[in-house]
Design a protein around this ligand. Structure first.
Ligand SMILES: Cc1cc2nc3c(=O)[nH]c(=O)nc-3n(C[C@H](O)[C@H](O)[C@H](O)COP(=O)(O)OP(=O)(O)OC[C@H]3O[C@@H](n4cnc5c(N)ncnc54)[C@H](O)[C@@H]3O)c2cc1C
Length: 413
């Protein structure tokens, strides 16, 4: 199906319309949006399709067929996405199809370990959404995130990895020595080993303009995108360790870095605070919050900021803005799994497990393997892991390491 011909008829206030648009966005499927509140012809079309009723979202496909208020599973089915696995048991199930998960899967499948990857959105979702990966070894001109993800997916398919898309893992539990995975559609799978590669999300400010300008002046990674701002003026939003450390890094590229801090002081280690305050390229605006990201020609141009003590608003002209207000790991589905998480919810692995609890739960005969969690046979790699470095190359590297550790684990069971 030529997906570009999908039209979503809805209204800005409709939560199911937002869910459907989010689903299409996560799968990188282009569509046209028609708001029936602003478009009389669109409203008439919806009423005609629904026998006189005004039901939204009504989603029309290239072949003229349409779905009314579809669930995500119905949409996935219509779009031909594979959402059911061919079997119930695998040697390895990988949870998450980003660079860590897909790299691990292609390594294990290449060694004839039968491998299923379960992905809730599109493969490589975080890296796929990145306009350009400029720091990938072997790509001297950089590579578009979407191209990189498609290549990784194809490579995994070539080695026979089974890939499930649009399927969210909701629970991980044990049944005797099998590791069990439940998905949102009510399916149950089991495996000899699991790899958690579900990544994390950068926290956002959730103010107007932010989502629209991500990658076009709004960024979350100084190592990735700082070099685009040589000789420019950038803003850093946040006052913790990462905001201050990343500000120092940005001074290597930008001529001027303005840090916007909501409170009246940093929440960072003393030595970093001193380095920041001593740096002539950095200035700090205390008690300052961003209310809007404003673009010109589809590129960030200025920030609408507010002094939260005085209530004054003003515009700050800026070339780029970096948001460092924390990361949320995608580990909600591990809540009752017994897997050790750190205080922020990231998965603890290897030596850190030993420091925390001495031995993996249920197995006192050996120390945990590298990247193994507190439960023997369950591994973690990439951004979801505590102390990971939040880069594509390191996520892929951890994926390959985890695959080799899985191989070692499987030899002994
Ligand atoms: C805007 C932006 C720009 C970036 N730019 C760069 C850059 O230029 N260079 C660089 O090296 N890094 C960059 N990064 C960081 C990089 O994308 C990540 O470090 C990398 O993608 C981490 O890989 P991962 O496989 O660990 O996790 P992810 O890429 O986050 O993949 C995890 C996958 O798991 C899936 N998942 C989560 N929960 C579930 C569940 N319950 N069930 C099933 N699936 C689930 C997610 O949908 C996702 O596809 C950028 C990140 C962002 C957000």
């Amino acid at each position: 199906m030529a997906n570009k011909d999908i039209t979503v008829f809805g209204a800005h206030w409709c939560p199911d319309c937002r869910r459907s648009k989010q689903f299409l966005g996560e799968h990188q499927i282009p569509y046209q949006w028609k708001d029936i509140e602003d478009d009389e012809a669109a409203e008439r079309f919806v009423i005609e399709k629904n026998n006189g009723k005004r039901i939204i979202p009504t989603i029309v496909f290239e072949d003229g067929s349409f779905l009314v208020e579809p669930t995500n599973a119905q949409l996935a089915d219509k779009l031909g996405l594979k959402t059911k696995a061919s079997r119930h048991h695998y040697e390895l199930i990988v949870l998450g199809g980003g660079p860590a998960g897909l790299t691990a899967a292609l390594y294990t499948a290449r060694e004839a370990i039968d491998t299923l990857v379960i992905e809730r959105a599109a493969f490589g979702s975080q890296s796929a959404g990145t306009e350009k990966l400029d720091n990938m070894p072997g790509f001297p001109d950089g590579i578009a995130g979407i191209d990189f993800s498609n290549r990784l997916r194809k490579q995994a398919e070539r080695f026979g990895v089974e890939l499930l898309q649009a399927q969210e893992v909701v629970r991980v539990h044990q049944n005797r020595h099998y590791h069990c995975v439940d998905t949102a559609d009510g399916s149950h799978y089991s495996a000899d080993a699991l790899l958690i590669a579900s990544g994390s999300r950068y926290k956002r400010l959730n103010v107007p303009g932010e989502s629209d300008l991500i990658g076009a002046g709004v960024h979350f990674c100084a190592t990735c995108d700082g070099p685009f701002y040589k000789g420019r003026h950038v803003a850093v939003i946040g006052g913790g360790n990462s905001a201050t450390e990343e500000s120092l890094l940005l001074t290597k590229f930008a001529d001027r870095v303005t840090i916007l801090v909501r409170g009246g002081q940093f929440k960072a280690t003393q030595i970093i605070q001193e380095s920041v305050l001593d740096n002539p390229k950095i200035d700090v605006l205390w008690h300052t919050e961003v209310k809007e990201f404003i673009g010109q020609d589809s590129k960030l141009n200025r920030l609408r900021i507010e002094n939260n003590q005085k209530g004054d608003q003003s515009d700050l002209p800026i070339d780029g803005a970096f948001i460092f207000i924390g990361l949320t790991p995608n580990t909600g589905f591990l809540k009752d799994s017994g897997i050790l998480l750190d205080r922020w919810g990231f998965v603890v692995t290897g030596h850190s497990v030993q420091h925390a609890i001495e031995r993996p739960t249920g197995d006192t005969s050996r120390d945990p393997y590298l990247l193994e969690t507190s439960i023997p046979g369950i591994f973690a790699a990439g951004d979801v892991r505590d102390t990971s470095t939040k880069q594509v190359v390191s996520a892929a590297g951890e994926g390959s390491t985890a695959a080799l550790m899985v191989r070692e684990y499987l030899k002994h069971i």
